[in-house]
Design a protein around this ligand. Structure first.
Ligand code: GDP
Ligand code: MN
Length: 378
């Protein structure tokens, strides 16, 4: 689960990491009120869960009250990488002298948490890592011992030899590690960690991603979740016992098993089609579950045809076929449906689906060819 910047910075504050004064606003009036309270100039920052807001125009400095109103309107009507901006962080603007990157994340190769620091902060750290890896310094952290103070100091000295600021950075690194560990993070990063006048060091951006598998240990964090429309669909599917992820194509897919679902999507692409979703209905699919899955697929108005791809292993194909017919009585569908059903009792399934509007096939290639043809024709 990704936290918004305005949420992450509260945890930073709680653990003693210095951040600038600021608060979150949902409209121009609130933005102005906060700006008046903290004093101009202020920076207005779009609160969306993507990186690179700065480059996309989602971070702007306002020097006058008029500018606050104008820029607040501007940012609140923006869409950044497909996400509508609904909230703004209004924060005190500062004069940046230097920008660093500091972050903790999971390194799957070494199976350790890793501390990553870089002199080249402020910009996309992924770009720096790709093009100038020599500018990135990493320390892999012992999972039992945790981060040692000397490691934080070593990292801080890679960033600067200025002893007016290096100890402050080391202190922030240690605090960031505490945030990361105590929240069960996958990521905790500060980019930029800025040096400002008076040798002060501030976290000007805050980012925390919580490990979803650890969320049960942090029930209070659930309240911080800000779901997009698409995530709402995913959660609804989850509550009904299947996995659904919306995509941008026009072929609805209903498949049993995540691996087969991926293979189905690959094949659709290969045959010139475009999947509208990933849907893994899982094992033991009752007609009710199939009905709600089909209903969810058809809510997407882009869907022009549906491919149901079921491999009957333990599940018997005749049961599946009967279930499908029952499901289609429960939910009305006005796009063609291709059914590929193989495995135990597939002959019986073929008999059951004969003389129904469902287009039956026992071959994945035939099924995909057919559904791509149907979707492209509509
Ligand atoms: P991101 O692009 O989504 O990572 O958003 P950031 O919060 O990191 O902001 C992007 C950039 O805006 C930073 O790297 C800074 O250079 C700049 N920025 C952010 N806050 C301030 C500020 O208070 N003053 C100035 N001058 N620049 C800022
Ligand atoms: Mn940033």
């Amino acid at each position: 689960m990704n936290l918004q910047e305005y949420q992450s910075r509260e945890f930073f504050k709680e653990f003693g990491i210095p951040v600038v004064e600021g608060a979150v606003a949902s409209n121009r009036e609130e933005a102005l009120e906060i700006a008046k309270k903290i004093g101009l100039p202020i920076v207005l920052k779009a609160q969306v869960l993507v990186g690179g807001r700065g480059k996309a125009g989602g971070v702007k400095v306002a020097k006058t009250e008029e500018e606050v109103l104008k820029l607040a309107d501007e940012i609140l009507t923006m869409e950044i990488k497909g996400l509508k901006v609904k909230k703004l962080l209004v924060a005190k603007a500062v004069n940046i002298l230097r920008e660093f990157y500091v972050g903790f994340t999971v390194d799957r190769v070494s199976k350790r948490n890793v501390l990553i620091v870089s002199n080249a902060g402020g910009v996309d750290i992924e770009e720096v890592a790709k093009n100038t890896p020599e500018k990135i310094f990493k320390i892999y952290i012992d999972p039992i011992m945790g981060l040692f103070s000397y490691e934080a100091k070593k990292a801080s000295q890679r960033l600067t030899e200025d002893m007016n600021i290096a100890p402050k950075i080391a202190d922030i690194i240690e605090k960031l590690y505490k945030v990361y560990i105590s929240l069960d993070g996958n990521l905790a990063e500060i980019n930029p960690l800025a040096v400002v006048e008076g040798n002060n060091v501030l976290a000007l951006d805050s980012k925390i991603v919580i490990d979803d598998n650890a969320l049960f240990r942090h029930p209070e964090l659930e309240a911080l979740r800000e779901t997009t429309e698409e995530e709402k669909l995913e959660l609804e599917a989850k509550s009904k016992g299947f996995t659904y992820i919306k995509l941008n194509g026009n072929i609805g897919c209903l498949v049993n098993g995540a691996g087969l679902a991926m293979a189905t999507m690959d094949l659709i692409k290969l045959f010139g089609g475009d999947p509208a979703n990933f849907l893994d209905i899982g094992g033991s699919s009752s007609p009710e579950k199939v009905a709600s899955a089909i209903e969810m697929i058809t809510r997407d108005k882009n869907v022009k045809a549906i491919l149901i791809n079921i491999f009957g292993g333990i599940t018997r194909c005749d049961d599946v076929a009967n279930g499908l017919l029952k499901a289609l009585e429960m939910t009305k569908v006005d796009v063609p449906i291709v059914v590929r059903l193989t495995g135990t009792n597939e002959d019986k399934a073929r008999e059951i689906l004969k003389d129904t509007p469902l287009i039956y096939t026992d071959s994945m290639v035939d099924g995909v060819t057919k559904v791509v043809e149907l979707a492209n024709a509509r």
